[in-house]
Design a protein around this ligand. Structure first.
Ligand SMILES: Cc1cc2nc3c(=O)[nH]c(=O)nc-3n(C[C@H](O)[C@H](O)[C@H](O)COP(=O)(O)OP(=O)(O)OC[C@H]3O[C@@H](n4cnc5c(N)ncnc54)[C@H](O)[C@@H]3O)c2cc1C
Length: 482
């Protein structure tokens, strides 16, 4: 007997658990998750560690650069392995999507619905009662030194980095409770279970099942072997790589890609896997003179955001911030600090593909010259900050610092890696436009009763880390899917 449910959600990550919770308001929901469930409530390590057991990661490699691309796996998905940096992005990020129903005024209802802001619950643009606590931690000594430089450089102070339009320096907004990362595993799983959602870990969707153009379920493989789950609707929330991979395996994608996989075409959509976007970052590693200046500081202290010159309305936003390296790399000395220089509005795009040998991906960091030039500029500014802090005796800079190179564009291109904000591979947009995979109602074009609701639908990146925006998309799936 196949399992049957009203709504089948594929992937219990940042978006998937919110989608499951909201759809449970209307009827039975089953969520399948390829990765593990290590307990409810999550064990202490799942909240406080930043190098998790290997079962909680997918390990991809960027084909072009050979650099590693980790992705979250298991309950909470990326929200379980991430740094709990919780930025929403600017109003113009969402207005710029130009998708009806997804402008700033629309997405704000989702952002307010998921959060319980700890410092500004009464602000009109914040939520007070959601499942994800948003908090700002007290700055440490290194953060204060960074703030001092920002002030002297003429940047404004920011009380709340999630206030619409905020630019300047202030404490990171983070999703933490009692110092621990509070993603969808800790925050949403208990509520979803209370609402009757059946959460099935260690169960991967192999392919979607169709009756004509209707999606009627999925073939999955779980601890007891292969099984078919039938459903009234299927919502794919398998992330920026998992979602296009599942569509391709199921016959949805570019004609040549489907042919290479031997998949019978169900809907020919060349946009599946295209439009891959990620924020590029460069890390400038230094050592503080005293570990007490930064001790136990994953991304949670000082954050500077400002705009570089660009095309009118382009808002070429940059970020600079420090974090202690050791929580992520246990072999690192306690003095080691990575200063991040990040470009938050990249023009470069990459591509995800699935060959018979497995996933192929090229994230495309800094392939556009304008991005490389901007990154060199952000690195140069970060270098100035470091020289000042070194002169003040706060830190030491290695003699062979890569960012002191004469050709900073080439040096940035060699040093660039991923800020882990992969998105865009099942692009949402105008159904009539080439490259669109899902319409404004998140429905996959050319079929019925199948939607995608996660980071993969973002037409372009918000100028922010993507966890909150992914949660918002999952949450809003219940408002927009027809
Ligand atoms: C190392 C790292 C650090 C990050 N740091 C931050 C940060 O500090 N702040 C921030 O805002 N963002 C951060 N991000 C990004 C953020 O976590 C992601 O953008 C977000 O989790 C994406 O949500 P999603 O729901 O689209 O996908 P995910 O959260 O990745 O969820 C997808 C889920 O689907 C499951 N899945 C995939 N394929 C299948 C299948 N076939 N069958 C069943 N299940 C499947 C996966 O196992 C996974 O659990 C980070 C990401 C990483 C990897």
């Amino acid at each position: 007997m196949p399992t049957s449910t009203d709504t089948l959600v594929i992937g219990a990550g940042a978006a998937g658990l919110f989608a499951a919770l909201r759809w449970a308001e209307r009827g039975p929901v089953t969520v399948v998750e390829a990765g593990p469930d290590a307990g409810d409530p999550p064990p202490r390590w799942a909240l406080h560690d930043y190098a998790l057991p290997d079962a909680h990661y997918y390990r991809y490699t960027d084909d072009r650069t050979g650099k590693p691309i980790p992705q979250g796996r298991g309950l909470g998905g990326g929200s379980t392995v991430n740094s709990a940096a919780a930025l929403r992005g600017q109003p113009w990020c969402y207005d710029g999507w130009q998708v009806p129903g997804w402008g700033w005024a629309d997405v704000l209802t989702g952002f307010r619905g998921i959060e319980a802001d700890q410092q500004f619950p009464g602000a009109s643009y914040h939520g007070a009662d959601g499942l994800i606590p948003i908090t700002r931690l007290d700055p440490g000594p290194l953060d204060e030194a960074v703030f001092g430089w920002c002030r002297d450089a003429g940047h404004p102070a920011v009380e709340d980095h999630n206030a619409p339009g905020a630019l300047g320096y202030g404490a990171w907004t983070t999703n933490r409770r009692d110092g621990g990362r509070w993603g969808t595993w800790a925050g949403v799983v208990p509520a979803a279970r209370r609402a009757g959602v059946a959460i099935r870990p260690d169960t991967a969707a192999d392919r979607l099942v169709f009756a004509g153009e209707r999606c009627v379920g999925a073939d999955v493989t779980g601890p007891d072997g292969p099984e078919r789950i039938t459903a009234g609707r299927v919502i794919v929330c398998a992330g920026a790589y998992g979602s296009p991979a599942l569509l391709l395996r199921s016959g949805i994608g570019a004609e040549d890609a489907l042919a290479a996989l031997g998949a019978e075409p169900v809907s020919v959509l060349p946009g599946v896997g295209a439009n891959l976007a990620d924020h590029p970052w460069c890390l400038l590693d230094v050592d503080v003179t005293d570990p007490a200046l930064i001790e136990a500081r994953p991304v949670s202290g000082a954050l500077l955001r400002y705009e570089l010159p660009g095309e009118p309305g382009e808002h070429r936003e940059a970020e600079i911030f420090p974090w202690q390296t050791r929580p992520y790399d246990l072999t690192s000395p306690p003095t080691r600090v990575s200063f991040t220089a990040a470009l938050m509005a990249p023009r470069s795009r990459g591509r995800f593909g699935l060959g018979p040998g497995g996933p192929r991906l090229d994230v495309g960091h800094l392939t556009e010259d304008a991005d490389a030039a901007n990154m060199a500029e952000i690195v140069a500014t970060t270098g100035e900050l470091l020289e000042k802090l070194a002169a003040d005796g706060v830190l030491t800079i290695p003699d062979d610092a890569w960012w002191r190179a004469d050709d900073l564009v080439a040096a940035a291109r060699a040093a660039v890696s991923s800020y882990h904000h992969h998105s865009g591979t099942c692009r949402m947009g105008d159904p009539a436009a080439g490259g669109t995979v899902v319409g404004p109602d998140l429905g996959v074009l050319g079929v019925r009763d199948l939607a995608v609701a996660d980071s993969s639908v973002m037409p372009s990146l918000p100028r922010a880390n993507t966890n909150l925006a992914s949660m918002m998309i999952g949450y809003r799936s219940a408002d927009v899917i027809r």
